[in-house]
Design a protein around this ligand. Structure first.
Ligand code: ZN
Length: 374
């Protein structure tokens, strides 16, 4: 064995398992699990001691911006990936078809973290500013379709459906994104924010497996009406299988909204950051900080881990490969430690909440290679 991870508590929601196991890795894949202490450490080239820690599938961040050289907001993938406990990042629309070759060369190939993407339905993505859907002539669905068919790392299509992005284009960008998504059999990730378009009209266009990011923002016109009830279109969307993603960002996550959503008995399907170069300094900081906000609100640990492992993997159509510690899958693992101290957490509305205990990443293992965080 190349690597043996000993003394940890393995928590793998994809298999409903939480218990003490040692995990062996061979040639970048999960080789086997063992009862604690039954394999001699000397049989492995490298040993990681995970005493007092949780060993979980490598974390997946479904909404990030990592096109560092071509977009104003982009950040280096490894900085928010393997250096923060995240083994797979999904860039959410930084690139469209026009700059995709550069994205491949400069981001996908130059980082250790696995980078997948939601391709922007606008051909220029976020490379020429943030009103990318205002000019419908810049949407090039045929070009985008050719890339999707050629490059399996494109897992879906991004459409940012808020006022400052679409200007006078109305719902048309989403209609075009959905048409393409149906042709290629991929989901759409829709960013929501200030109307128009109205959220209800956006939701009515979405199908099972489509993702709404920034779902729990604190702006007007969100999932909740003035009485704190879900708008009817949101209830119908959930019944159809539309999925809620966090996409925290600088202005898109509110404790108030989330607490009410929790009172209604709902959880996010996936927890993601919308991390980029500014909000890494706050209020986002990292995927783990975002997870800590959910733990502080009282969501159970297993639910929070599921929301950053098998559930995003399922959205990506990769549930047999990622977000799981099943044998023969890629050896992507994150080792997390409970820190029994208070931590102050801040949402996008500058509201504070104190968490205690909180999680910290100790090691990240990507394809069997260990990255230590000290
Ligand atoms: Zn974003």
């Amino acid at each position: 064995m190349d690597l043996l991870i000993v003394n940890g508590i393995v928590l793998d929601p994809s298999q409903g398992i939480c218990g003490p196991f040692d995990v062996g890795v061979t040639e970048g894949k999960i080789a086997d699990w063992f009862a604690p202490g039954t394999v001699q450490a000397g049989l492995a080239t490298e040993v990681v001691d995970a005493a007092g820690c949780f060993v979980v599938p490598g974390l997946i961040d479904l909404h990030t911006h990592v096109f560092e050289r071509r977009t104003a907001l982009g950040i280096k993938a490894d900085k928010v990936g393997i250096r923060q406990g995240v083994t797979t990042l999904v860039d959410a629309g930084s690139t469209g078809s026009r700059d995709f070759p550069a994205f491949l060369r400069e981001v996908v190939e130059l980082n250790q973290t696995q980078v997948l993407l939601w391709i922007n339905i606008a051909s220029q993505g976020l490379c020429d500013g943030r009103s990318e859907l205002a000019d419908l002539s810049l949407l090039k669905p045929d070009e985008t379709e050719r890339l999707i068919k050629q490059f399996p790392l494109i897992r879906g299509i991004k459409a940012r459906m808020s006022r400052s992005v679409v200007k006078d284009s109305g719902l048309q960008p989403l209609v075009m994104a959905k048409r393409l998504a149906q042709r290629v059999g991929l989901p759409v990730m829709v960013h929501i924010g200030n109307a128009p378009p109205k959220l209800g009209e956006i939701l009515d266009l979405l199908d099972s497996g489509d993702v709404v990011t920034h779902a729990f923002h604190g702006k007007q016109g969100g999932l909740l009406d003035e009485n704190g009830q879900l708008i009817p279109e949101a209830v119908c969307a959930m019944e159809r299988g539309v999925l809620w993603d966090v996409g925290h960002g600088s202005s898109s996550f509110s404790f108030q909204t989330m607490k009410r959503i929790k009172e209604l008995g709902l959880s996010p399907f996936s927890i993601s950051t919308d991390i980029y170069c500014e909000n890494i300094r706050g209020p986002v900081h990292s995927l783990i900080t975002t997870m800590n906000k959910y733990l502080a609100m009282g969501y159970p640990l297993e639910d929070v881990i599921a929301a950053v492992t098998w559930r995003p993997a399922r959205i990506l159509g990769l549930a047999d490969e990622l977000g799981t510690l099943k044998k023969d899958t890629v050896a992507d693992l994150t080792i997390l430690k409970w820190i029994a101290e208070p931590i102050t957490l801040v949402d996008s509305e500058a509201e504070q909440m104190v968490g205690n205990p909180y999680l910290r990443a100790v090691n990240t293992i990507k394809s069997g290679k260990v990255w230590r965080h000290d």
